[in-house]
Design a protein around this ligand. Sequence first.
Ligand SMILES: Nc1nc2c(ncn2[C@@H]2O[C@H](COP(=O)(O)OP(=O)(O)O)[C@@H](O)[C@H]2O)c(=O)[nH]1
Ligand SMILES: [Mg+2]
Length: 185
Amino acid sequence: MLSSNNNIKIFIIGPPNSGKTTIANYLADLNKSLSSDYTPTQGVRILELDQIIKTTSKHSRKQQQTNVSIELWDCSGEDRFKTIWPNLSTIANGLILVYDQDNRLTERDIDEWLGYFSLNEKQCMIYAYCKENNKKGKINHKIPVHSVSINDDPDSIKKTFDGFLTQVYLEMQEQLENEQRIITE
Ligand SMILES: Nc1nc2c(ncn2[C@@H]2O[C@H](COP(=O)(O)OP(=O)(O)O)[C@@H](O)[C@H]2O)c(=O)[nH]1
Ligand SMILES: [Mg+2]
């Protein structure tokens, strides 16, 4: 199926209470103050944001700007909702796994979380979320792991997200070109 490149769906998954909703709200410019009451997300909530992606054309080397609309799918981390993920994986363009650095995941846990979605490495990113200035819980994985904190350095969340978005967009473009090549061959 040919996909439109201007609508990008990014799924945010990870254990309950790890910071997924906080990060999604921050990226969508919703609320910037933290509430101490924890309300687990039920199922999934979708946040929409518009953004400009800057890339360099492969052919002319010219700078290009593309307006994209992004859907952030902020998913519940509870086990009972995981069964629908393999189906949703067909519409996902990118996947962000968030874990709390105080409750770090093992490499195997990470593979299990990412395994619900059949996306390639370029379509995935991991946030090691830090609530209390503890930057020790970052683990190594072949998927890039970014240690982030909303209190300490919120800009790094935005910066790493923007970089990831460009990577996802380029990957979508490549997949679209491959689909078009197959059709015209
Ligand atoms: N102290 C502190 N609490 C935080 C921070 N970020 C998030 N929280 C709290 O951690 C809890 C879980 O966050 P949430 O984003 O809802 O996690 P989710 O279940 O992964 O969506 C909430 O009560 C947040 O207010 C932080 O930087 N510092
Ligand atoms: Mg949540």
